[in-house]
Design a protein around this ligand. Structure first.
Ligand SMILES: *[C@@H]1O[C@H](CO)[C@@H](O)[C@H](O)[C@H]1NC(C)=O
Ligand SMILES: *[C@@H]1O[C@H](CO)[C@@H](O)[C@H](O)[C@H]1NC(C)=O
Ligand SMILES: *[C@@H]1O[C@H](CO)[C@@H](O)[C@H](O)[C@H]1NC(C)=O
Ligand SMILES: *[C@@H]1O[C@H](CO)[C@@H](O)[C@H](O)[C@H]1NC(C)=O
Ligand SMILES: *[C@@H]1O[C@H](CO)[C@@H](O)[C@H](O)[C@H]1NC(C)=O
Ligand SMILES: *[C@@H]1O[C@H](CO)[C@@H](O)[C@H](O)[C@H]1NC(C)=O
Ligand SMILES: *[C@@H]1O[C@H](CO)[C@@H](O)[C@H](O)[C@H]1NC(C)=O
Ligand SMILES: *[C@@H]1O[C@H](CO)[C@@H](O)[C@H](O)[C@H]1NC(C)=O
Ligand SMILES: *[C@@H]1O[C@H](CO)[C@@H](O)[C@H](O)[C@H]1NC(C)=O
Ligand SMILES: *[C@@H]1O[C@H](CO)[C@@H](O)[C@H](O)[C@H]1NC(C)=O
Ligand SMILES: *[C@@H]1O[C@H](CO)[C@@H](O)[C@H](O)[C@H]1NC(C)=O
Ligand SMILES: *[C@@H]1O[C@H](CO)[C@@H](O)[C@H](O)[C@H]1NC(C)=O
Length: 685
């Protein structure tokens, strides 16, 4: 029966070699695990009157019309749906892999599908040939294995990153072995392997390597560091050297000083109160007692005694203009370099001369531009220190001494001389007159002057730093003081007489002149009078003197340039009388008595005396007025005699009294009017 079916199938294959219907075989996946079930479905469904299912050309089922014939090999594991043409296979085995074909004879067609049946991966195990290894010395080989699994693939993980073959990393045995040649410290892992095929996967437990390495990358840290800007430590410092190395297990440390081993063990070396003798090479030795490797690092430490004092000292004389000057920088402590500054700026060596070690600075010829603040700074490897300022003040002088004072003075006065000179420091002054020292100090006030004080005064300026002296001189002219000047009158001043005024000077004068009413009086000559000076202007002559010469006279006596004025002298010239007039007043009624008054007036200096005569008979009256009763017997000539007692000039005037002419005044006339009338009458006489 089966042979016959095979014959039919062979015929079918001859006639219908390909799929003409566009249907496909549907399986849940091409890769299937051992033991699983699979159903091969045709989609979309088709109708086949006669056909076969084969596996790798071995018949599974033959069908035609409503008949179906299962192969004996599959009878227990396979079910076939004649309607849908689905083929279900249960409990798949590895040898169920291969091509399955649904073949139609009527109609002729063919639908293939390939199934791959795999064992799942199980029990993935990772082994390493060695876990405790030494860097650069050991090669580690990892082997990955699984208890079961078809077509396993391998993938390696270091931590979470995938390991690929490369530098020092090899994958062998179909990637199931990982070899790390000459492991490094970075190869610690953890390492895992993953095994997978198309249907399953598995991961091993991790393995961590214990890689011992080092010592390497030695560093030595000094605490503290050397002072900023310096290369050495100050002697007496405490220094700690801390050594560290990359090492597993941790390195063991030892120290050498200048090649000789120190007792100190451990990563830190403490140097207390270092001395200069502790300057040298310090070597940190690191040893790993597993890798049996060693490393070392050498550090140089220098200890220097610090500079503790710096000062600037003058050598020799103070700085004097034009003279050499030397400054020395004195340092306590070892010095490497000395630097000088003036007013904060470095001193250029071409301005000054420095000793080779810079400890002294010489200015060959001091100038004012050398004045300023000097500092020196001493430097060594561990310290630096700057001196306090030396204030260089250039001493000089005295130059251009000068005396200020009056040029002329007079006896009894005091004169103040002031001397000045350009000088640093201030000069000391001495005063000399006629060869002897008379005073010290810049100001000299004389005693009250005498004529012997006349002469040349010398101021000597002395600078006790420069040791220099300068002189200035001044000529003082002393004049004799005029003690008093007065104007005196030689004779009484009487008009038309000659008069001499004299200027009397108590003291010496060499010039006299005269003033009248505060104006300069000049000699004059007129028709009536001459005024002239004689006796070196001491005598002022009026030839003759006149009333117009009245006034305030002063004489001015000078000696050299000092004027001395006399008090004002009032000149009053006596004269006259120059006119005598008699005036009549009245008649005046006094009760029953009627009187006339005759008033005599004479112009004169001094005032005249008066005498009266009546008809050449002297009357006793001596006043200027004469009262006469109205009576006929009193009619007659009245003469007024006016005598100037100084000039001895007498003048008279006569008045004729006629009583009848002088009736009592009409009542309407005022007495003033009457007087005027009488005056008019008297004038006509
Ligand atoms: C395969 O099919 C049989 C019968 O239907 C069933 O007993 C078995 O559990 C199935 N196996 C799997 C893995 O599904
Ligand atoms: C066969 O397939 C048809 C169509 O899919 C379905 O209706 C029928 O129930 C199936 N027969 C069996 C026995 O599973
Ligand atoms: C897993 O594999 C290891 C070594 O290959 C073996 O000793 C062990 O018995 C296996 N375990 C299982 C459950 O197969
Ligand atoms: C491993 O180290 C040895 C000896 O140090 C050397 O000869 C070899 O070349 C190294 N191998 C690799 C892969 O670096
Ligand atoms: C081994 O792994 C590499 C990737 O790391 C892969 O390219 C190669 O095909 C694998 N070899 C085998 C035999 O599986
Ligand atoms: C390993 O198998 C699980 C299921 O068994 C799957 O979820 C996972 O993606 C697989 N991993 C790889 C790397 O294939
Ligand atoms: C250095 O150490 C000594 C002793 O420990 C201590 O007496 C001294 O003060 C320290 N000197 C400095 C500068 O810290
Ligand atoms: C330094 O060394 C010299 C000779 O090597 C020695 O004379 C001196 O005392 C030492 N000084 C100190 C402070 O140790
Ligand atoms: C290495 O040194 C450590 C610390 O001194 C010690 O504990 C350890 O036993 C030593 N190991 C070997 C292998 O000498
Ligand atoms: C490193 O390897 C050399 C030879 O390759 C061996 O002599 C030496 O002992 C090894 N060192 C360690 C620490 O294992
Ligand atoms: C002296 O001073 C000059 C200028 O400041 C400097 O260049 C030089 O190094 C100094 N020399 C010494 C020995 O201090
Ligand atoms: C130094 O000398 C230069 C010229 O040689 C001059 O210009 C400068 O002013 C001088 N400096 C001082 C501080 O004297």
């Amino acid at each position: 029966m089966e042979n016959r079916l095979a014959c039919v199938l062979g015929l079918v294959l001859l006639y219908f070699p390909t799929d003409l219907f566009g249907s496909v075989m549907v399986a849940p996946g091409n890769h299937l695990a051992v033991g699983s079930n699979v159903t091969l479905t045709i989609d979309p469904q088709i109708d086949i009157n006669a056909g076969t299912w084969t596996h790798e050309k071995a018949l599974i089922v033959l069908f035609f019309d409503s008949n179906e014939k299962l192969s004996a090999n599959y009878r227990n594991r396979v079910s076939f749906n004649r309607t849908s043409l689905e083929l279900s296979i249960r409990s798949l085995q590895l040898n169920d892999s291969g091509q399955y074909i649904l073949q139609g004879i009527d109609p002729a067609m063919e639908i293939p599908v390939t199934l791959i049946i795999q064992d799942p991966i199980s029990n993935v195990t990772l082994k390493a040939n060695s876990i405790n290894v030494v860097e650069h010395n050991d090669t580690v080989s990892f082997t990955c294995s699984e208890s079961s699994g078809t077509s396993p693939s391998y993938r390696w993980l270091n931590g979470s990153s995938v390991v690929t073959a490369g530098d020092g990393v090899r994958l062998t045995d179909g990637n199931s072995t990982l070899v790390l040649d000459n492991v490094t410290r970075y190869d610690e892992g953890p390492f895992k392997c993953e095994v997978f095929n198309k249907i399953s996967n598995g991961t091993s437990q991790p393995i961590q390597l214990n890689i011992r390495y080092g010592p390497s990358d030695l560093t030595v840290v000094l605490t503290p560091e050397t002072p900023v800007g310096h290369t050495a430590y100050r002697a007496g410092s405490n220094i700690t050297l801390s050594c560290s190395a990359q090492s597993k297990p941790p390195a063991l440390y030892a120290w050498n000083f200048n090649g000789l081993s120190l007792e100190n063990r451990g990563p830190q070396l403490s140097l207390k109160m270092v001395t200069v003798n502790q300057t040298g090479s310090y070597t940190c030795l690191a040893h790993n007692n597993v890798t049996l490797r060693s490393a070392e690092r050498t550090t140089f430490i220098r200890a220097v005694v610090p500079i503790t004092a710096v000062s600037l000292k003058r050598v020799g004389k103070l700085p004097i203009q034009g003279e050499p000057f030397t400054l020395r920088c004195e340092v306590t402590g070892p010095v490497a370099n000395i630097y000088w500054r003036m007013d904060g700026k470095p001193i250029s060596p071409n301005n000054k001369t420095f000793s080779l070690d810079n400890t002294t600075m010489v200015i060959n010829s001091t100038t004012f531009s050398d004045g300023g603040d000097y500092h020196c700074e001493a430097v060594n490897a561990a310290s630096n220190m700057t001196s306090q300022a030396y204030q260089l003040l250039v001493n000089f002088g005295p130059e251009t001494p000068a005396i200020t004072s009056v040029n002329i003075s007079k006896t009894e006065e005091r004169v103040t001389f002031t001397c000045s000179a350009s000088s640093q420091p201030t000069s000391q002054f001495s005063w000399f007159f006629k060869g002897s020292r008379v005073a010290t100090g810049p100001v000299y006030e004389t005693c009250p002057l005498t004529l012997a004080s006349n002469g040349v005064y010398t101021c000597e300026a002395f600078n006790n730093v420069t040791g220099r002296t300068s002189n200035a001189t001044k000529m003082l002219t002393v004049t004799e003081a005029i003690k008093s000047v007065t104007v005196n009158q030689s004779t009484i001043a009487i008009a038309s007489h000659n008069l001499t005024l004299t200027c009397d000077v108590n003291g010496t004068s060499n010039a006299i002149y005269w003033m009248k009413n505060n104006r300069s009086l000049e000699p004059s000559h007129t028709e009536n009078s001459t005024i002239f000076l004689s006796n070196n202007n001491k005598s002022l002559h009026f030839v003759p003197v006149q009333s117009s010469d009245d006034g305030n006279y002063q004489c001015v006596a000078t000696y050299l340039l000092y004027p001395h004025l006399s008090p004002q002298y009032q000149l009053l010239v006596d004269y006259g009388p120059v006119s005598v007039n008699i005036s009549l007043h009245g008649p005046l009624v006094n009760g029953s008595q009627i009187t006339f008054t005759m008033q005599c007036h004479a112009e004169s200096r001094p005032t005249t005396t008066y005498h009266w005569r009546f008809n050449n008979q002297s009357l006793p009256e001596t006043s200027s007025s004469l009262v006469v009763a109205k009576s006929m017997k009193n009619e007659g000539n009245y003469t007024c005699l006016a005598l100037n007692p100084v000039t001895k000039i007498e003048m008279s005037s006569t008045f004729n009294l006629n009583v009848s002419d002088h009736s009592p005044a009409p009542p309407f006339l005022s007495s003033v009017g009457l007087i005027l009338i009488l005056l008019a009458l008297s004038q006509t006489l």
